[in-house]
Design a protein around this ligand. Structure first.
Ligand SMILES: Cc1cc2nc3c(=O)[nH]c(=O)nc-3n(C[C@H](O)[C@H](O)[C@H](O)COP(=O)(O)OP(=O)(O)OC[C@H]3O[C@@H](n4cnc5c(N)ncnc54)[C@H](O)[C@@H]3O)c2cc1C
Length: 219
């Protein structure tokens, strides 16, 4: 399933989605991955590397990552300045935040993301368009509904904490308290550690068994 490719990957484009969030598209060079896995990358020759979930899907002939430019961050700001044609040093793919093939078409999935934590779910849902899922996306502002047109409208629920106009006004934790969990669902949580801890606690209280909970912490 995994092939380790350590190499330079040419950047094809940088697409700005918001003033601080962008998608880096690179050559794929035949890399095999499982949707949900991540890459470790940075500038060539630089020892500072960071992990980024793969945003593109299995049938794309390129690789993409979705990056939030962190104020005072190092790599997330370096990557934004890379020009098409330049190379990045990429290791991977890594990680086990993936779905077993035998569950893909037999289970209901609830994907819960904060911010760019939506990236692995973009890869998973577009790689396997037939799967049964609901995606809860916790964001602060409406412009953070990154590429929401890529999800069927009845599957994507934005939980927007600081303005009106999303699917739900409030945090994902508020949404889950008001819309109790599907106990047989398989839950995948990704993003900020505080969101993940809080959602874990609520889901456990609501009777979701721990074996149905999976998490990927970004920071
Ligand atoms: C498995 C994994 C997958 C990841 N996938 C992604 C991804 O798909 N997209 C993505 O944007 N990031 C992702 N991250 C986070 C990423 O690896 C970096 O931590 C992030 O880009 C900041 O790096 P930096 O060098 O710019 O900041 P640094 O100089 O390393 O750190 C600056 C500070 O920013 C904090 N920070 C990190 N991320 C955020 C954030 N999103 N918002 C606010 N503060 C933050 C850190 O805790 C740190 O205190 C992932 C992390 C992991 C562990």
């Amino acid at each position: 399933m995994e092939t380790l490719i350590t190499n330079k990957f040419k950047v094809q484009s940088i697409r700005n989605i918001t003033p601080t969030t962008y998608v880096v598209r690179m050559d794929r060079k035949g890399m095999k991955f499982s949707p949900g896995q991540n890459l470790n990358l940075g500038l060539p020759g630089d020892t500072e590397k960071r992990d980024y979930s793969i945003y593109s899907c299995l049938h794309d002939d390129f690789l993409e990552i979705l990056v939030k430019e962190v104020e005072d961050g190092l790599v997330s700001r370096q990557l934004k300045r890379v020009k098409p044609g330049e190379a990045l040093e990429v290791d991977g793919p890594f990680g086990f935040f993936t779905i077993k093939d035998e569950y893909l078409h037999s289970k209901k999935f609830i994907f819960i993301a904060s911010g760019t934590g939506i990236a692995p779910f973009h890869s998973i849902s577009r790689s396997h368009p037939g799967i049964n899922y609901t995606l809860l996306h916790g964001i602060r502002y409406l412009d953070e509904t990154y590429d929401k047109q890529d999800y069927p409208p009845d599957r994507y629920i934005s939980c927007v904490s600081k303005e009106e106009g999303g699917s739900f006004r409030g945090r994902v934790t508020d949404f889950i308290r008001q819309n109790p969990a599907e106990k047989d669902g398989i839950y995948y949580l990704c993003g900020n550690v505080n969101m993940i801890y809080d959602v874990f606690d609520i889901l456990k209280e609501q009777g979701v068994p721990s074996e149905n909970l999976h998490a990927e912490v970004y920071f």
